[in-house]
Design a protein around this ligand. Structure first.
Ligand SMILES: C[S@@+](CC[C@H](N)C(=O)[O-])C[C@H]1O[C@@H](n2cnc3c(N)ncnc32)[C@H](O)[C@@H]1O
Length: 230
């Protein structure tokens, strides 16, 4: 449970990764480059009081939970929001991804492809090959521990990323599985239905809002935005 000081901060940024929001309670299960307010596994714990939050935000997180954990997570969001509080969810728009694939729309995957085959590829390749160099270069801003680890599983996690994407189906695979990290697929219709069943009063399809959402242009194009009011 949050201590008194933290419990006065009523906006939660859950599964925040590197995207820390100032003035919010930023939660993730692993610390990356920025300091988190809470480290916890949101599939197992939800350390917030009933009716205590004004706003819950999560971007590209819910698909990382399996179906049952995701449902429990959404129910917990509902439980912890005050009446009138808002849950904003951003997640991959699998309808658009599959449509683009079936229509052979290479342009749809272009921006994501530029990142995966560009900055991401260069970074993971160099970490995979020379972890010590990366450790020295990024002394003040170290990468996550598993990037530098010699454990077989961690080396394989890196090796999966240190590759180039060539075929459209590989992008579909990346959206769907993200190196084994994605565990459940949603679309606007299914998520809106689940949120209504849980008891949210208003559920609205939203769109990218630069004042709150982080997604880069490639991610934005392939994301669903949904807001639900308790
Ligand atoms: C794709 S990243 C999204 C990060 C950020 N919200 C963004 O949009 O860039 C997914 C994040 O969810 C976190 N995550 C995955 N499963 C989690 C869990 N069970 N509990 C807490 N955080 C989790 C990961 O550590 C990762 O930072």
């Amino acid at each position: 449970m949050l201590n008194e000081k933290k419990s006065t901060l009523l906006k939660l940024n859950l599964g925040c990764g590197r995207n820390i929001k100032s003035g919010w309670v930023n939660v993730d299960r692993e610390e990356k480059e920025n300091k988190l307010d809470i480290i916890c596994d949101l599939a197992k714990e939800f350390p917030f009081k009933d009716n205590s939050c004004q706003y819950i935000y999560n971007e590209h997180f819910i698909e990382h939970l399996d179906w049952l954990s995701g449902l429990r997570f959404l129910k917990n969001c509902h439980r912890c929001l005050k009446p009138g509080g808002v849950l904003r969810l951003v997640f991959p728009d699998f309808k658009k991804v599959f449509k683009a694939y079936l229509e052979n729309d290479a342009d749809f995957f272009k921006l994501v492809g530029e990142r995966l085959n560009g900055a991401d590829y260069e970074y993971y390749r160099s970490v995979y090959r020379q972890p010590a160099k990366i450790r020295r270069e990024r002394n003040d801003n170290p990468p996550p521990a598993w990037h530098l680890s010699r454990r077989h599983e961690d080396r394989e996690r890196l090796e999966r990323r240190a590759r180039k994407f060539k075929y459209l189906i590989e992008y579909v695979d990346w959206f769907t599985h993200q190196f084994g990290e994605h565990q459940c697929l949603y679309d606007e219709e299914s998520m809106a239905g689940i949120l209504k069943e849980i008891g949210f009063k208003q559920v609205k399809i939203s769109k990218f809002k630069p004042q709150i959402d982080f997604s880069n242009q490639g991610g934005r194009r392939a994301s669903c935005y949904i807001e639900a009011v308790k």
